[in-house]
Design a protein around this ligand. Structure first.
Ligand code: F6P
Ligand code: MN
Length: 292
């Protein structure tokens, strides 16, 4: 079944946004060959931006801004929330190309999208939908509009075709862990020690979207914790953690900053960072229960 068919019956404006984003990701998936190389710019977080990041960001802004489909757009590559003329109140937050520092070694990167109504500075639990696309050996799109999690694969004819409907998080013991061990905070050290003692295998590529995708399918937990020198972690609440957390929660998993449900956190700014623990309920309950 094609993505457009699968989305039938949901709010028309929401469906059009999901399909519009899906169209851009097709162009991105074709563009890796033609847009190689680095641009000597950096975004407001100090990440080096590859030419591909900038190009992908531009495509999304043109598609979503020019379409009248969304009123607000926050992109990880832009310092301010963009506002467009639109009959809808849809608000999109987007990481156009997560993990892009790994493009130079040809590892999997992806696009992450959260969809809200009325504005982007809202808790993840208010989302009306979220999606991500993985550009790996295959281009895979995973979406939820609050009604389960579904996966599509891009076929040679340019269509996203259903691969897994209503799937739930796996049950294997896998662990993706960001930050350096000598900067771990004591409760995090305890968390990791307990998982290791329980036989968890390390699985970490350094591309958040791909790492969470693996955990979603196979099971376990991904964490990029707060650490010495950056107690609120590295990853962004709005562009990365909330949308992926919404999807994993929809698949029967959970997401936390270590203390509270991450989807309950109201962002104060688009650039807010957050420690993240995302995966199975068991693992998230373990970190939330450890004394801080
Ligand atoms: O977008 C940020 C990101 O590239 C994530 O995809 C990834 O989890 C993280 O940074 C890795 O950062 P570092 O290499 O600094 O640990
Ligand atoms: Mn990112």
């Amino acid at each position: 079944m094609q993505l457009s068919k699968h989305l039938e019956g949901y709010d028309k404006d929401l469906v059009e946004v999901v399909l519009g984003i899906a169209e851009v990701t097709k162009a991105i998936s074709r563009g890796f060959i033609t847009h190689q190389g680095k641009a000597d710019t950096s975004n407001l977080y100090g990440d080096q931006q590859a030419a591909m990041d900038v190009w992908a960001d531009d495509l999304f802004i043109k598609e979503l801004g020019g379409s009248g489909l969304v009123r607000y757009l926050a992109s990880e590559e832009q310092p301010e929330i963009l506002e467009f003329e639109s009959d809808t109140d849809l608000a999109v937050s987007i990481d156009p190309l997560d993990g892009s520092s790994l493009l130079s070694v040809n590892l999997t990167v992806g696009t992450i999208v959260g969809i809200q109504r009325g504005g982007v500075l809202k808790p993840g639990s208010d989302m009306v939908g979220a999606m991500y696309v993985i550009y790996g050996p295959l281009t895979v799109l995973v979406y939820s509009v609050g009604d389960g999690v579904h996966e599509f694969v891009l076929h040679a004819d340019g269509e996203f075709v259903l691969r897994k409907e209503n799937f739930t998080i796996g049950s294997e013991k896998r662990l993706g862990q960001g930050a350096a061990r000598n900067t771990y905070l004591p409760f995090h050290e305890e968390f990791i020690s307990r998982l290791e003692a329980d036989g968890y295998k390390i699985r970490f590529s350094g591309s958040f979207v791909a790492d969470v995708h693996q955990i979603l399918h196979k099971g376990g937990v991904f964490t990029y914790p707060g650490y010495l020198g950056s107690e609120r972690g590295k990853l962004r609440l709005l562009f990365e953690c909330a949308p992926m957390g919404y999807i994993v929660t929809q698949a029967g998993g959970a997401v936390s900053d270590g203390v509270v449900d991450l989807l309950s956190i109201v962002p104060e700014s688009i650039s807010e960072r957050v420690p993240v623990y995302i995966g199975g309920k068991r693992e998230i309950e373990l970190i939330m229960g450890l004394p801080k």
